[in-house]
Ligand binder design. Sequence first.
Ligand SMILES: NC(=O)c1ccc[n+]([C@@H]2O[C@H](COP(=O)([O-])OP(=O)(O)OC[C@H]3O[C@@H](n4cnc5c(N)ncnc54)[C@H](OP(=O)(O)O)[C@@H]3O)[C@@H](O)[C@H]2O)c1
Length: 317
Amino acid sequence: MKAVRFHEYGGLEVLKFEEAPKPEAGASEVLVRVHASSVNPIDWKIRAGHLRGFREYPLPFILGWDVSGVIESVGPGVTQWKAGDEVFGRPDLARPGAYAEYVAVREGEIARKPAALDYIQAAAIPLAGLTAWQALFDVAELKPGQRVLIQAAAGGVGSLAVQFAKLKGLYVAGTASGRNQDFLKELGVDQPVNYETTRFEDVVHDMDAVIDALGGEIRTRSWKTLKKGGILVALLGGPPSEEGAKELGVRQTVMWVKPNPAELTEIGDLAASGKIRVILDSVFSLQDAARAHERSQTEHARGKIVLKVEDQVGNHG
Ligand SMILES: NC(=O)c1ccc[n+]([C@@H]2O[C@H](COP(=O)([O-])OP(=O)(O)OC[C@H]3O[C@@H](n4cnc5c(N)ncnc54)[C@H](OP(=O)(O)O)[C@@H]3O)[C@@H](O)[C@H]2O)c1
C-alpha cells in the first residue's frame, strides 16, 4: 500500500510517501481502508523526536491517529463489525497510524460514521473531540451553569471544547490571538480574551475549571482564574507541581485521551445533526503530509488539519 512513513527522526523532509506493507487485522481488530486522517500536534512532536525517551517507535513508522474510512476485513473474534461498514476512530498511539491506505485498529477504537458526516469531517473529530469531551465532562465533571476557561480555544481541541461546553450550558471564557476574536464569538465563547493585548488572569475569574492546551507558564497563570476547589486539566506537560496550586486551593491533573466508542458516537451525532460544527483549518492530500505538518507546527491552526487519502492514491474510485 501507499503510506507516509519516517525512517529517522527529524524535520519535515523525513516524511516519505512510499510503498509500505499492508497491515492485517489481528484478533479483535478490523482493517480500515482509509478515506481521511488528520494531523494532531503530537504527530510532528513525535516525528521531530521530542517524545523520545517517553515512547520509542520502531522505524520506519506511520503516524496518524485519526481515521475515517470503510472496513475492508475483520479479524478473528470480531462480531460487531463487517466489511463495508463506514467508521471513524482514534487508533492506539502505540501502534502505526492512518497516514496510509490501510490501518488495522482494535474494534473498540472505532464508532459508526454518521451518514450525514463526510469522511473529511469525520477524520477531524476523534482525537480532538474525545480530548475535549473527556477533559470537560469525565475529568473536570462540569455541570450546567458552571464556568470554564478554555486555553487555545480556536485550535483543534479548543474549537470543539467551546461548542461542547456551550451545548451543556456552561459559561465559557476562551483565549486566542486578535485574529481569532470574532471566530471565538461565532463559536459561542461568552468571554473571548485576546492574549496579545490582555493577560487572561487579569480579566477571567471564578472559574470551576481550566482546560489547558498550552502548558508552561500558562498553566501556573491559569491557577489564578480558578475559584477555590476548581480544577485545571492539563493536556500536555509532565505531572504538575503541587506547590503554588495548593496555596491557592486549586486542583490540577494531567489527562491523556482514551478510546471511547460511546462518546465518539455521541460527538459524531452532534456533528451530523448540525449541533456542533467541525472547523477545518485546511485539507491536504496524503502526499502533502509534510506541508500539513508545517501548518500544524505554526501552532496557529484554526480548527483541524485533515489529510485526504482515498482518491489521492487512486485506488478507491
Ligand atoms: N492530553 C491529550 O490527550 C491531548 C490530546 C490532544 C491534544 N493535546 C495537546 O493539546 C494541545 C492543543 O492541541 P490542538 O490540536 O488543539 O492544537 P492546535 O490546533 O495546533 O492549536 C492551535 C491553536 O493554538 C492557539 N494558540 C497558540 N498560542 C496561544 C496562546 N498563547 N494563547 C491562546 N491560544 C494560543 C492558536 O490560536 P491563535 O492562532 O489565535 O494564536 C491556534 O488556534 C497540543 O499541545 C496537543 O499536543 C493533548
